[in-house]
Design a binder for this molecule. Structure first.
Ligand code: LR7
Ligand code: MN
Length: 566
């Protein structure tokens, strides 16, 4: 599992679900296909078996096929052999809640949709299963056309064979080819400009849509054209191609590195949803690949930032822009689309400096144009992005923000993402130093486990400081750190908090995660229980516990050491 992902078991399906796709972790290989010959790459293995993958079931390969499987895995960084076994028109279960079908029916008069799929060296079976699933499971009254934009692919089967295949389909499929590889932003813009529908629907080139997906995206837009609507993104396993239903109760946001993340829905949205559990709900950020937007509105609000190369960051930029400039970004729980999640990126990044430079330059653009003071926070702790920020031509994007009279990033954080864990006015940001031991409160440092017992460790004074020792403290509120992690308590098996180890868990906005800092005696008091955060008595031990105040006073004093964040 890639760094930063966490595992959940879906309560309904009982299946393992990966949440928190770590977008910034694509391994930077200069030539990911180094030992694959052109012949292998150009071969189209596609040899489907009629019942394989039926209803979203996993593909099982025989032991003697594993060698071949491993070899082919490298091409696209997913199990190509498994994918190629599944027919293009495989069936998938209807994973919606029951109420969805009647609420989001394809009534006459709905806007028509152009489905835009951009691709670079995509496999035949995944690309065409995307196309076929759209044709099979979209109402013909809503589906206007499918637009494929080839971002300078090199594979032979994506040339004439692709054209021939789509020309025989019952829906208009048009293919546009980019002369040079420029990345997904420019390719999607090419598709958007060509679109003849009223609504643009973007999909990655390795998706499979389920019943009702399109109506559920288009209906909310027909009610308000400034809504940008995303489906629930389910998981196509990169290993077995099983269709795995994912949680509906997550929204998208970002961490201190500006990497996209799924987090539990904020409390404001949860209560809003109680009234109507299938209504679209807001999300601070969209994942990026799968969304519907009114075509005119897309261009009105500045489409995409064309200065963004190849891959990454455009989803944050678009989300900030839509929210700040009068629109909304929503997730429609009745629309479920499977996306093939990979652990690493299969293609080359032709821009100088590879994946990191490309991604960080794109993120630097989004930060500089939209994030005001929080751009400084980002650059302060992300030296690579900081290095790239001054080379960016941004005048037209800054002018766009002025022309559209967009709101401030402070407004966004306060109103669209009040649960955010970024520093800000009225919040403390810095280290929490244990007076007795002189050591710093820290969160677990293992990248795969940001949760667990709180502890103290020798304070590290580096520049930029170690983010594992930095906390944001909201007065009378949560003590938070990156990744929506909050200082928390957990009852012992006897039901008491007294004497337990302090913990870091997912922020929940519950009373249980609120703390009061008393400046006079430097105690950090757990609001609900009145107990004190207690550090270790000596250097033999790093534990932080919850205990009666004043019982071990020397161990209960903490110094809040402020650090500038902008
Ligand atoms: O140079 C390129 N040219 C392209 O046309 C690089 C990529 N592409 C195409 C590619 O073929 C694919 O169809 O662009 C699409 C996205 O690339 P992926 O599938 O490698 O990206 P991803 O799924 O890892 O990335 C997510 O973040 C991207 C950041 O730029 C885009 O926003 C993707 O659309 C986005 N995918 C999703 O949101 C799907 C759900 C993932 C989650 C969470
Ligand atoms: Mn993708």
């Amino acid at each position: 599992m890639a760094a930063g992902q966490s595992n959940y078991v879906d309560r309904k399906s009982g299946m393992r679900v990966i949440v928190g796709h770590y977008m910034g972790d694509k391994s930077a290989l200069d030539n990911p296909q180094a030992n694959l010959t052109k012949e292998i790459l150009d071969t189209n293995m596609f040899a489907p078996r009629p019942n394989e993958g039926k209803d979203g079931s996993p593909v099982a390969l025989a032991p003697f096929e594993l060698h071949k499987m491993h070899q082919l895995f490298k091409i696209n960084r997913f199990n190509l052999l498994a994918s190629d076994r599944i027919p293009l028109n495989r069936t998938l279960p209807d994973v919606r809640k029951k109420m969805c079908a009647s609420r989001y029916a394809p009534t006459p008069g709905l806007p028509k949709a152009s489905i835009i799929i951009v691709f670079h060296n995509e496999a035949w079976s995944t690309l065409l299963r995307t196309v076929h699933s759209v044709i099979n499971r979209s109402p013909s009254s809503v589906l206007k056309e499918i637009i494929l934009v080839d971002d300078a692919s090199e594979r032979a089967f994506l040339k004439y064979p692709l054209e021939k295949h789509v020309s025989e389909l019952p829906v208009a499929v048009r293919i546009f080819r980019q002369r040079e590889r420029a990345g997904l932003v420019k390719a999607r813009l090419r598709g958007a400009r060509q679109a003849r529908g009223d609504v643009l629907v973007f999909l990655d080139a390795h998706c499979e849509v389920t019943k009702g997906w399109l109506e559920s995206l288009v209906v909310p837009i027909s009610e308000d054209r400034k809504r940008v609507v995303c489906p629930i993104i389910d998981i196509l396993s990169d290993d077995t191609f099983a269709y795995i239903r994912s949680f509906e109760l997550h929204w998208g946001a970002f961490n201190w590195q500006m990497h996209f993340r799924w987090y539990s829905l904020g409390s404001s949205e949860v209560s809003h949803r109680r009234k109507d559990i299938i209504a679209p709900f807001k999300t601070p950020v969209m994942a990026g690949g799968l969304f519907a937007i009114d075509k005119e509105y897309f261009f009105e609000i500045g489409s995409y930032d064309e200065g963004m190369q190849i891959w990454g960051g455009e989803n944050l930029e678009l989300s900030f822009r839509v929210w700040l400039c009068g629109g909304q970004v929503l997730i429609a729980p009745c629309s479920h689309v499977g996306h093939l999640f990979r652990k690493s990126s299969p293609y080359t990044f032709p821009t100088q400096g590879g994946v990191a430079n490309t991604l960080f330059a794109n993120l630097a653009r989004a930060a500089k144009v939209w994030m005001d003071d929080w751009a400084d926070f980002y650059f302060r702790f992300n030296p690579l992005a900081a290095q790239l920020k001054d080379n960016q031509q941004l005048r037209s994007r800054v002018e766009l923000r002025e022309r559209l009279q967009c709101k401030s990033f402070a407004w966004y954080l306060e109103n669209i993402w009040p649960e955010n864990f970024l520093p800000g006015p009225g919040r403390f940001f810095g280290r929490i130093v244990h007076k007795l031991s002189g050591r710093c409160l820290k969160r677990p440092q293992n990248q795969n486990a940001v949760l667990g017992a709180a502890s103290v460790i020798n304070c590290i004074s580096t520049n930029p400081p170690s983010l594992y020792q930095m906390f944001v403290v909201v007065p009378n509120g949560p003590v938070m750190t990156d990744e929506s992690v909050c200082l928390d308590v957990r009852e012992s098996s006897e039901g008491s908090i007294q004497g337990t180890t302090a913990r870091l868990s997912a922020c929940s906005q519950l009373e249980r995660q609120k703390w009061i800092y008393h400046k006079e005696n430097r105690t950090l008091v757990h609001k609900a229980s009145g107990l004190c955060l207690t550090g270790p008595e000596n250097n033999q031990n790093n534990d932080v516990t919850i205990d009666e105040c004043a019982k071990y006073l020397a161990q209960q004093q903490w110094k809040l050491e402020e650090h500038p964040w902008k």
